[in-house]
Design a binder for this molecule. Structure first.
Ligand SMILES: NC(=O)c1ccc[n+]([C@@H]2O[C@H](COP(=O)([O-])OP(=O)(O)OC[C@H]3O[C@@H](n4cnc5c(N)ncnc54)[C@H](O)[C@@H]3O)[C@@H](O)[C@H]2O)c1
Ligand SMILES: O=c1ccn([C@@H]2O[C@H](COP(=O)(O)OP(=O)(O)O[C@H]3O[C@H](CO)[C@@H](O)[C@H](O)[C@H]3O)[C@@H](O)[C@H]2O)c(=O)[nH]1
Length: 430
């Protein structure tokens, strides 16, 4: 049984390659962006994601067919994965237009000789499948459970580790509207060897949003607490959080990395999904003050970091901004804290800014167009600067700390010069 994947960004491309690899089935893949299709056809992955390029080369034309039209992608397939973007609308609620548009375009093209299952991987607010998508199908003459299947199958991969996360998931969540889709997906995912958990579509949607909101909450909690400690030189913030991690309950699995302060969370998912869940809470008349606070702390954290930079060096200073990607190991600059921090610096009168990032410079320059300069290396970025503002914790910065000796540094990620814990013997001597 062949598969179609619609939308070939981080999630769609990984899903297409991952399903082709694990299930051995032929995957027909389509994206409405002709430029992206051309790049993928020539074997180019237009974003940094370890492992994907090799897999694309291996599977292009054999396990994976990049289609030029949606009709071609759907001609032979009976399971269709939708991985299109669900960005924020101007009011912060999720914009479902790309998803509903892709589904609408698909319906007249579905195979008539077979039951087709529509699987939603895009992140959507709770109750979207039941309240928006099932009625959309019904109004187009497709009854869920009779002629088509419908399921929400959230994706939990992280950027920078998309391939590994997809191939080795902790759990596979399936919120199917009909029994046939559930069975089809259960079979399809069997080779992954991960628990396949059947829930209602609303539970699947809610779980995905809850997961991102929880991560965002841990980060904002850490930033709020760090702000409380900031004024007391005796408190070593990095040590304090590393001591929290020493509680065995945080160890294993990487959760502790979210319980650590920084200069704000970013990326495509945490900001928009937390905001979308917050808007959902308002829509249903149960406003979540906690989620509102998580978002407000994130805004305040980025602003406060820019103010610390200006307070330390003054508006006329020459500043290096180190790190533009939203996290180390990625070249994604969507909602990156660096963009808001540079905006604040410019507003506060700092105009002489040189920025550097090991991976994300060209993407950042194209997306934001700030009136700043870019350096090709860390050395060049620091040359003649009064102050370096470290915004993304790239390993290059921690590995090359000697370069920072001649410049004042504001370490927005608490990653430099980690002081070890004082041993009782040292305490006695001092
Ligand atoms: N990026 C992540 O780490 C991640 C992880 C889990 C879930 N998600 C969710 O998955 C979804 C996709 O995220 P992404 O990061 O891959 O987005 P992306 O922006 O990288 O890719 C989305 C792709 O969909 C294409 N598209 C839009 N409308 C289309 C249409 N009508 N037909 C065909 N293609 C269309 C776009 O051209 C784009 O290439 C979002 O809902 C996101 O919240 C993202
Ligand atoms: O090493 C790290 C990793 C993360 N962060 C912070 O955490 C934020 C988010 O990082 P991460 O969770 O890795 O981002 P994403 O790749 O966007 O992944 C999140 O969003 C995805 C999209 O929904 C989900 O699938 C993932 O489970 C969820 O972790 C970053 O902005 C940073 O603030 C760090 O400071 N250091």
């Amino acid at each position: 049984m062949m598969i179609a994947v619609i939308g070939l960004g981080f999630v769609g491309l990984t899903t297409a390659l991952g399903l082709a690899t694990q299930t051995g089935r032929l995957v027909y893949a389509y994206d409405s962006n002709a430029n992206l299709r051309a790049k993928l056809k020539s074997g180019e992955v237009p974003f940094h994601e370890p492992g994907l390029k090799d897999k694309l080369h291996e599977l292009l034309g054999s396990g994976l067919i990049i289609c030029d039209t949606l009709a071609e992608a759907l001609e032979h397939t009976s399971i269709i994965f939708y991985c299109v973007g669900t960005p924020s609308r101007p009011d912060g609620a999720a914009d479902l237009d790309a998803l509903t548009g892709a589904i609408r375009q698909s319906l007249p093209l579905l195979r008539k000789d077979s039951y087709c299952t529509l699987v939603i991987k895009s992140t959507v607010p709770p109750m979207t499948t039941t309240d928006v998508l099932a009625p959309l199908l019904k109004n187009s003459g497709h009854m869920v459970g009779e002629s088509v299947g419908l399921a929400h199958n959230p994706e939990f991969l992280r950027e920078g580790r998309a391939w590994q996360d997809f191939i080795h998931p902790d759990r596979i969540v399936i919120g199917a509207c009909d029994a046939y889709s559930m069975r089809q997906l259960e079979q399809l995912y069997e080779p992954f060897g991960a628990p396949v958990l059947a829930v209602s579509p609303g539970t699947a949607e809610f779980t995905k949003m809850a997961s991102n909101a929880l991560l965002a909450t841990m980060i904002s909690f850490s930033n709020e607490l760090a702000a409380l400690a900031e004024g007391s030189p005796e408190i070593d913030i990095s040590q304090a959080f590393r001591l929290l991690h020493a509680d065995g309950r945080w160890q294993g699995g990487g959760m502790a990395s979210y319980v650590y302060p920084g200069c704000g969370f970013g990326g495509y998912c945490l900001p928009k999904d937390t905001l979308s869940l917050y808007r959902y809470s308002q829509k249903i008349g149960r406003e979540s003050t906690l989620l509102g606070g998580v978002l407000a702390v994130n805004v305040r954290t980025k602003r406060a970091f820019a103010e610390r930079v200006v307070a330390a060096a003054g508006p006329k200073s020459k500043v290096a901004v180190l790190g533009l990607a939203f996290k180390p190991g990625s070249d994604d600059v969507r909602e990156t804290p660096a963009a808001d921090i540079i905006t604040h610096l410019l507003e506060l009168g700092v105009t002489d800014i040189v920025a550097y990032d090991p991976l994300a410079i060209s993407r950042f320059r194209d997306v934001y167009g700030f009136p700043i300069r870019y350096a090709h290396s860390l050395e060049e970025a620091l040359e003649g600067r009064d102050l370096a503002a470290l915004v993304t914790a790239w390993p290059e910065f921690t590995a090359r700390q000697l370069l920072f000796e001649r410049v004042q540094v504001i370490d927005g990620r608490y990653c430099l010069g980690k002081r070890e814990f004082v041993l009782p013997t040292q305490l006695r001597r001092s």
